[in-house]
Design a protein around this ligand. Structure first.
Ligand code: HSE
Length: 301
């Protein structure tokens, strides 16, 4: 009658795959504790680690709202009752899929309490609804890797057509979150709606190269492919020291460097765990010298 579920942070876009690629990391992540109670309804009883930023209102908190919508869909919202404790273990508005981790953990928890009536694929639309509530659009590239793990391709967000991609065995990342707030909603509004065909050709060449690189475990092809010419030039403006961090990471041996999701977190992709550690420390030191506080995570993909 009670469950504890952890869902990981995720790096959406995977540098060049805006809204279509994402991967899960080992840490950080959010934890949901859910308990069945006699009184029908969904209640949030405790939230920790959110610096007081999240709502306890069932309809406004993405976790409770999604859990409620699942109960409604199953037609049992008038009889089933749960209490939820949410432990946020990652920063909000960071570009690490914070809202996705919480909703995925919440929906996985309720599904488990109910005896797994839904498959992960069937849970996906409910998770995406949570993203719509949190950021204004139902992008799938954070929730899919948080739910399925590994690297996921969103072939179509409209039909929830998600494909799991192979994970080359030496892929390690350094994720650094400079402590400034960049809400996904704002970071999405900033992007230009129209792109030039020549840039689009560059971008889809890179995406195709990235997918081939994953299947072949070809790190040199991955390095050549993980470049974003469409989104990064605009969003980089919101991230302090972005190009300095990029130069530093590439000079220390990163295969690629870019924005994690909608930022301000950044990610360096490497094929060596030790290099990822060195890069995380070097970027943290660089930011500290610029008087910017940061958090670093080093993880296998
Ligand atoms: N693909 C989304 C974006 C993810 O870049 O806006 C947000 O984390």
């Amino acid at each position: 009658t009670e469950v504890r579920v952890f869902a990981p942070a995720t790096v959406a876009n995977m540098i060049c795959g805006y809204d279509i690629l994402g991967f899960a990391v080992n840490e950080p992540g959010d934890e949901v504790f859910m308990k069945r109670v006699a009184t029908p309804g969904v209640r949030i009883t405790e939230i920790t680690g959110d610096e007081g930023r999240l709502s306890y209102d069932t309809d406004k908190n993405t976790v409770s709202a999604c859990v409620l919508s699942l109960l409604e869909k199953l037609g049992i919202d008038k009889e089933f009752g749960v209490e939820i404790t949410l432990h946020k273990q990652m920063p909000i508005g960071s570009g690490l899929g914070s809202s996705a981790a919480s909703t995925v953990a919440g929906l996985f928890a309720i599904n488990t309490l109910l005896g797994n009536p839904l498959t992960k694929q069937e849970l996906l639309p409910f998770c995406v609804e949570g993203e719509r509530l949190a950021c204004g659009t139902g992008h799938v590239d954070n929730v899919a890797p948080a739910l399925f793990g590994g690297i996921t391709l969103i072939r179509s967000a409209d039909t929830f057509d998600v494909i799991k991609l192979p994970v080359p065995k030496d892929l390690h990342v350094a994720v650094v979150f400079p402590k400034v707030d960049v809400p996904t909603r704002d970071a999405r509004q900033l992007i230009k709606e129209k792109v030039y065909l020549k840039d689009a050709v560059t971008q889809w060449g890179n995406i195709a190269g990235l997918i081939a690189g994953l299947y072949e475990s070809d790190y040199s092809l991955l390095a050549r492919s993980m470049n974003d010419v469409l989104i990064e030039p605009t969003r980089a403006i919101l991230i302090p020291e972005f190009y300095e961090m990029k130069e530093l990471a590439l000079s220390l041996g990163a295969l690629s460097f870019g924005i994690s999701g909608s930022g301000p977190a950044v990610v360096a992709v490497t094929n060596d765990a030790a290099i990822a550690k060195v890069i995380a420390a070097a970027i943290a030191a660089h930011l500290a010298a610029a008087e910017i506080e940061s958090f670093q995570y080093v993880s296998a993909v």
